[in-house]
Structure formats: C-alpha cells, structure tokens
Design a protein around this ligand. Sequence first.
Ligand SMILES: Cc1ncc(COP(=O)(O)O)c(C=O)c1O
Length: 374
Amino acid sequence: MRIADFALERYFARWEFSARYLLCASDVQGYPMADLLALADDESRALWADLRLGYTESTGHPLLRREIASLYDTVEPDEILTFAGAEEAIFCLVNALVGPGDHVVATWPGYQSLYEIARAAGADVTLHDLREDAAWAIDLERLRGQVTPATRLIVVNAPHNPTGMLPDRATFDGLVSIADEAGAYLLVDEVYRGLESDPADRLPAGADASDRGISVGVMSKSFAMAGLRIGWLASHDRALLARVAAFKDYTTICSSAPSELLAIMALRRRDIVLERSRRIVLGNLEHLDGFFARWADAFTWVRPRGGSIGYPRLTVPGVGIDAWAAQLVEAEGVLLLPGSQFGDPGDHFRIGYGREDLPAGLARLEAFAERTLH
Ligand SMILES: Cc1ncc(COP(=O)(O)O)c(C=O)c1O
C-alpha cells in the first residue's frame, strides 16, 4: 500500500516534544496516572493488581467493551471493537469497507486519515469543503449532490477537527437520511464528543442514529488519556465489524493489557474525568474569546461549538501564517498549526485549547503579536 505522508504528524514529529507551548494540540491535558488509579473501583483495582502481561482478547476486554457500549443508547458490548487509538480504528474500518470502484465523501479540511486512507485503498474520494463564511457548517444540499450511486461511505467528524464545527440536530438528521437513502455507511468520528461548548448541542451518536451509522471513539481527547492508545468502533452491523476484526489481525491483533484496565477505570468514573476536561476546555475558551475580541482586526474567530480546537485566520495584509507561525515558535516557543498542514493554502491555523498552560502560551503569543502585527 502506498499512502501520502500524514502532514500533521510529520509536523508534530518536528515540534511536539521541543516547543514549550503546544497551542495547537487537539487532546486534553493528559490525566495523571496516580489520580486515575485513585478513582478505581474494587473490581478494576483487583484486575490491575492481578494483571498478567499476555495477549488480550482481540475484540477488546469484555468489561471494556461493556463500559464503551454504555456510552451509547442502543449499542451492545458485542457491537464494539477496540483498537490502538482512533487512528487504527479508522485505518482498519476504511480498508475493510472501501476499495477500487467505491466512492467516498468526506468533509474537508479535516483529520487526514478520514480521507487519505480511502484514497490509498483505491476509492474515489470527493471532499466536502467546509467554509468559514458559513461558520464551517455542512451544506446538506451540496453534500447530497456529491453523493453518487457508487458512494459507499460518507465521513463526518463532529465536533470537528480543526474548525470546532458541530452540526445542529437538523443537519445531523439530514446526514443520516442522505446516507440511508444512498445505501451508504455514515462514519461519524466522535472523538471530541462530550466537549460540546453547550451540552444541549450534543448530538446522538452515529451508531445509535442508524444501522448504517458507525461511531469512532477514543480515550485520547474528551477523556484526556491519549497515552492509553485505546480507541473503538461502535456499530450495529456485526458482519462489518467481523470484517474489520479480520483486518486488525494484520495490524495490532489486540490492545495493550494495562491500557485496557486503565480505560475501564476511567470509563467507570467518566463523570469525574469528563468534568475535568470540560473545566479545562471551557475555561480556556474564555481566554481565547478575550484574545480574539482584542485582536479582531488581525484574526477571524468562528467560536467552536465543541471540541478542543478552533480554526482562526490571520488577516493582516502581507503577513502569511506559515512564516509568522515559524517565527513565533522560534521566538516564544509557542506552536500553532498552519492550515497548510491540512493542505489548506489560506491563512488559517489550528489553535488547541485543551492544555492547562494555554493562558501562559497565549500571553506569549499576544506579546509576539504586539511586536509583529501592529
Ligand atoms: C478527528 C480525529 N480523529 C481521530 C484522531 C486519532 O486519535 P488517536 O491519535 O488518539 O488515535 C484524531 C487525533 O487527532 C482526530 O483529531
């Protein structure tokens, strides 16, 4: 298989562990291991104490699948498959689902895996552009026109990376109908679910919404545990999950034994875990609102409706985001992610607000802006 470089990952490979302030990270500040162990209930603490480091069940620890299933309204534990992160879940699913002759529609800009893997598998991919002047909203009529008789898969990500877009309920229902009418699967990447800026905007999960809906989830984002590398698929289509499970035999085979137990502990206390993430994210969002209000003549700001990232644009004439971001990280150790890493040539950049040091990083950025943008 030949696949294009994952531009964002190459960029992070250069900067992630050297820049002082990752003001573009999409995950929430990693949960302290000691705090997680302190949350453990008796059963999971005993499993942890007795853990043997052998292979684990390929579909996922039964108790983990049970906890994950309970995140959904209608999904059974047997309708969950676990993976090494959402990344592997997407990789296996798309490879099992599409190939030459199949057509895929995916929103763009976006997390590169959500369209690149389909391309590498030989499918024909149509990108559904999200536009800033429409507040990044999905345009249902345009999307309907992009669907063809060969469309096998429609891919959306909500809340969305990098824009923070979250469809309203009517748009989400419209997506489900378009996929159902086309006889296509609807892959909903929900890794930021739970981080809606207003909890009332939370959407049904893709797997609950339709028999053709497939939810992708992960411990990395809303649950603040990217280091566990535990992700999953949820779907009522057990035959599809069986095909994906067979594909996974060629990737990781099974999940990390310690990670599975830690994920069980976390999901059992998800109220506490999610409350912490929401506190960090919503507090930081207020800082960003203040910054972008002060700098309205230099940046656009479509306030994210969910997630932990937004996608503003630098509007100062003669200043390009790639060069400005490069100077910023050299001068202040503050890392932004220019839109070029999404293949987006405009002057947008991703800003992430899941890290606890955001106020300090933002102060550095503001000092740099004072020196360079006035
Ligand atoms: C939308 C989206 N999906 C999937 C992933 C992959 O998550 P993980 O790296 O935890 O596998 C990411 C990570 O940034 C993401 O933003």
